[in-house]
Design a protein around this ligand. Sequence first.
Ligand SMILES: [Zn+2]
Ligand SMILES: [Zn+2]
Length: 399
Amino acid sequence: MTDFLNKAQELFPYTQTLRRDFHQHPELGFKEIRTAGIVAKELIVLDMEVTTGVAKTGVIGLLEGAQPGPVILIRFDMDALPVTEETGVSFASKNTGTMHACGHDGHTAIGLTVAKILHAQRENLSGTVKFVFQPAEEGTCGEEIGGAEMMIREGVLDSPKPDYALGLHLWNEKPLGWIGAAAGPVMAGAEEFKITVAGVAGHAAIPDNTIDPILAASHIVTALQSITSRNVDPLEAVVVSVTMIHGGDAFNLIPSEVKMEGTIRTFDLSVRENVLRRFDEIVTGIAKSMGCKVSVDLKQLTPAMINADQIAFHVQASARKVLSDSDLDTASQLTMGAEDMAFILEEIPGCYFFVGSANDEKGLNYGHHHPKFNFDEQAMPCAAALMAEAVTRLLKGNS
Ligand SMILES: [Zn+2]
Ligand SMILES: [Zn+2]
């Protein structure tokens, strides 16, 4: 029997060196050129068949086991954020204004560690492991679509087509030693909306000669909150948030238009349909009733992330085996945050799990995307061991 946790701990210096190097040289979405170069080099050393330049900077590595079997895709994201680092660590970002503030430096290092572990275990592998190092998880970075969607468009789910998919996130909302692997929905589907309310500008002292888009927009903002309180089952999780509102530039002038932006988050498909319908009815109905013209631009960012029951149970069994001391949480941690691995899990049954990485004593407990975000690096061997075990067991089919 292979002790994957021991293996991962032996490899810790390798993992840590990689992670700190990626941390010092963070790259934004679709610009992970240096990172992808290191990833490709490390995979080629392991004799993998490597494809680079998928969705600009994505890298795919194929590891063939000694025996035939299913194909399992494991995905790690590589991109950093436009954040100015304030951690003060010795390996802080050298690219001012760009920072690995979500932990994707750790994910990339974990992925390469899993590659090393599984490569050494090829004799015990029945099937193919498709390592996917993905660009641009954090957003579309000026492109029409983000990294996962673009990799799918460029064939990451074809030849060979994966039978299963796994992904993970280091999770600073929970302490080191905590593992979250739940069946069913885990992260929300996200939409982005843009609304332009157009009226007729004029002097504020003669409002009857104007059509006031600020008044109409205000009613819209208020009425949109009735969707969650009056149109959705109170036990369903839904968010409708207007997060930007711009209009006017003089105290005595009613402007001609107001622009608003925001986001909608849902888990359930039929709930989503209902929310989007009410959203449109409220926005267009109120604008019309107040004499304004309105345009609504609604874009789906990601679908909801739904873990397949059987694969989630499999990950849970793997955690019980390799991380027997860990605090395994199988209840869904439903978060309204979104994650573009959901596009992959929409096509392939799989599981996206969380690995606790906070450490209060060491002050490593800032939230994801915070300028002081940093995680306990001991979470990396835990994550690598769990991923290696889950892959090996899934390929053997012994859940
Ligand atoms: Zn993030
Ligand atoms: Zn992230």
